[in-house]
Design a protein around this ligand. Sequence first.
Ligand code: ASP
Length: 339
Amino acid sequence: MQMKKILLIYTGGTIGMMKDPETGSLKSFNFEELSKQAPELKRFAYAIDVHSFNPIIDSSNMQPEAWVRIAELIFSAYDAYDGFVILHGSDTMAYTASALSFMFEDLAKPVVLTGSQLPVGEIRTDARENLVTAIEIAASDHPIIPEVCIYFDYKLYRGNRASKYNSVKFEAFQSVNYPALAEAGVHIRYNTEFIMPVNKNKLQIHTKLDPSVGLLKLFPGITESFVQAILKTPGMKALVLEAFGSGNAPTDPWFIDALQMAIEQGIIIYDVTQCGGGTVELGLYETSASLKSIGVIGGSDITTESAIAKLMYLLGKGLSKQEIEALLPQSLRGEMMNG
Ligand code: ASP
């Protein structure tokens, strides 16, 4: 049997940081240092090549241009490797995973993002387990995971279903609306019924992303001037509305009128729930019926991270407002239940 080949892409994050003795804050170190702290990497019976970002970044500095770099790198190396592992800060990992899931169409190999809550050099670090098991999963062929996923704290999640929910627990991610794809214990148990089937189509890559997207989280007491300021953001083409519960919002005429005017002026409004889980059902309550009637699109059980990435992807394709609005209630990469 041929030796499995894995490409490890190091973008940065806590996993490869150490304390600056002068300032006390965490800063990044290069891959050579990281691999010294994780000698397990040499024990794999896989050929592991490394590509490191230069400079490596804290994921709070992650931008769509970097998503494109990662996607292009994977695309150009696609035939030469069996799987891909991306070391990434956990803060924006769910955004990157969501964006990559849309950028790849007909993915047939695993792309696993991982990182850690403690640097690899710390005694109690979670980095080694995350890294080692992510590589194991990327090399698996029983089953092959043809998805962009996040591996963290013994669980493998569909990347566009996961969110970072805890900044201090090793269990930093949750996927409330979709079951874990795998759980690692003594054995790695794959939940095959939830993993996408491998298809035989040729991988396509979409690297045009349009970040002309906004995010408005509702709260009781939100003012008209604030909502107006957001809706009048120059150049904004689409807005994710983080609404209450099952997609509900205030019924005040000023609020509905403001959204209606924005929609008439060409802005797409995508309603997601600010609850960690559950689904948007526009029209279930009176407080969402008018949103539906003015043309707000319901985001079913999509995460905010995924909604933002999906809009950037669809806007980047240069589709019309009507075409995008027709695609938003549909699951394109398993990111939501069909609405
Ligand atoms: N600030 C870090 C980052 O996202 C946190 C982490 O890696 O977990 O890059």
